[in-house]
Design a protein. Structure first.
Ligand SMILES: [Zn+2]
Length: 459
């Protein structure tokens, strides 16, 4: 029997151990998609206890606790932090096979030096140890100690980016903290609060004016180092419209009338195409996140709002419209570098083949299949993503892992990914499917861990 999560965790062969130890583990981290709060980085936030760090905003953990039958009072309610931690320890202790089990224990090892297993019985010991250690840790220390070279937060076009400016001016902090342009609210024409949101962008009276304002905001983001944009949607819309139609739909909304389903799609298509062309012009990478159904429990949504652990994988067909959307940008050679993420793992193979249709010499892997996202962010999901990309695309050009997290401890997910990557590639070498070519393996592993992303985002 192997030891529980020791230094050879997830590494079963000598080749895998060598690839991980010598090539993957020493690499720094470029976390090109996360949801860290830049204000907390600027203020170098400290945490009083491990519950604040672990359960404060982590809806992955919330839904696992609900699945284990924990009362909401101990999850997001008014129970005290020690009580909440106890319930979390009880839940995690039996969460065999769940990635949270591995992530949490990797975090306990990396940041707190705890080598044991967290459960109901060890909760008190871990609580004491972590809280003592947290006195010496802060947001910035956690980022620096994790070997992060650059990270990209997720920001609204209306954001002033004041915290990014302050961080960039602070010579004492060497990590690049870059904003990412996420204009979901500007696209959300069907939402009740759309007119109120537009006011945050300025006085906007027409569709063409909206496009101009967003271009100005994007240029401002780029001036502060923005390298990447992001769009979240249930499925990728594609319903082309004449400019006059987009104008009419937008003016109708300004007059207080909601769009029909077709009009919503036409508006979103027109705005996404305009933004896509601008991303291409400015060299900004476009991320598309889709295949998700958000806020399924209206009851929980009313109490807690979005990102409360009540989202799911969606099955809205996306491939045909996605291909048409990319094709429309490619048609005039204005397709930006693009990263595709579907929450539905059934889309993997189709996505990788759609990508293959739009690759050019402009970049290695110009269109990327993003690393296994959210509900797929576990060992099997990562293996599926990596093997599909290898089989139908070019794995060596993959830009690798990201945390997509709100927590300063989540860099352990890069370690998790790197171990799985080295185990997979190591098994192919051990099995004689790929030569034991030191230079090539080193190039592939270092590329996927950090170097491909560095080049792709031009950092
Ligand atoms: Zn995200």
């Amino acid at each position: 029997m192997k030891a529980f999560m020791d230094k050879n965790f997830l590494l079963s062969t000598e080749t895998a151990k060598h690839l991980y130890r010598d090539y993957a583990a020493p690499q720094q981290i470029i976390d090109f998609h996360c949801h860290l709060n830049p204000q907390e980085i600027w203020e170098d936030r400290r945490f009083e206890n491990i519950t604040q760090v672990w359960l404060g905003g982590d809806h992955y953990k919330w839904r696992l606790m609900r699945s284990a039958g924990v009362d909401e009072r101990f999850i997001t309610g008014d129970a005290d932090d020690r009580e909440k931690f106890q319930k979390w320890a009880e839940t995690l202790g039996l969460a065999i096979g769940n990635p949270l089990y591995h992530w949490s224990h990797l975090e306990l090892r990396s940041y707190f030096g705890y080598q044991g297993a967290l459960n109901a019985d060890t909760a008190e010991e871990v609580w004491q140890l972590c809280n003592e250690k947290l006195k010496t840790l802060s947001a910035r220390k956690l980022i620096v100690n994790s070997g992060v070279k650059a990270l990209c937060t997720t920001d609204d076009p209306a954001d002033s980016l004041e915290w990014h400016k302050k961080i960039a001016e602070d010579q004492s902090f060497g990590v690049k903290v870059l904003p990412s342009f996420r204009p979901d609210k500007a696209l959300g024409i069907e939402k009740a609060d759309y007119p109120a949101y537009l006011k945050r962008l300025g006085e906007i009276a027409s569709f063409s004016q909206l496009v101009e304002v967003l271009k100005e905001r994007l240029a401002f983001f780029v001036s502060l180092g923005c390298r990447v944009s992001d769009h979240g949607m249930e499925s990728v819309p594609y319903a082309p419209a004449e400019p006059a139609e987009a104008e009419a739909i937008f003016r109708k909304r300004l007059a207080g009338e909601l769009p029909t389903a077709l009009e919503e799609k036409q508006f979103k298509t027109a705005l996404l195409l305009a933004l896509g062309r601008e991303y291409h012009r400015l060299g900004v990478v476009m991320q598309l996140h889709f295949g998700v159904i958000r806020d399924n429990s209206h009851r929980v949504f009313r109490a807690l709002g979005p990102d409360a652990g009540i989202d799911s994988i969606g099955d809205a067909p996306s491939i045909r419209e996605l291909a048409a959307f990319l094709g429309a940008l490619d048609d005039t050679d204005e397709l930006p570098k693009t990263i595709l993420y579907s929450l539905n793992p059934n889309d993997n193979a189709a996505l990788v083949t759609v990508m293959g249709a739009f690759q050019t010499g402009e970049a290695v892997g110009k269109v990327q299949h993003g690393s296994a996202w959210w509900f797929n962010d576990h060992r099997q999901g990562m293996i599926d993503q990596l093997t599909t990309l290898a089989a139908d695309g070019y794995l060596a050009g993959f830009i690798g892992m990201l945390t997509d997290s709100r927590s300063f401890l989540s860099y352990a997910r890069h370690e998790y990914f790197r171990r799985i990557l080295c185990e997979l590639l190591g098994s192919w070498v051990e099995n004689g499917e790929y030569p034991n070519d030191e230079n090539a393996l080193r190039c592939i592993i270092e590329g996927i861990c950090v170097k491909n992303a560095e080049r792709y985002f031009d950092l």
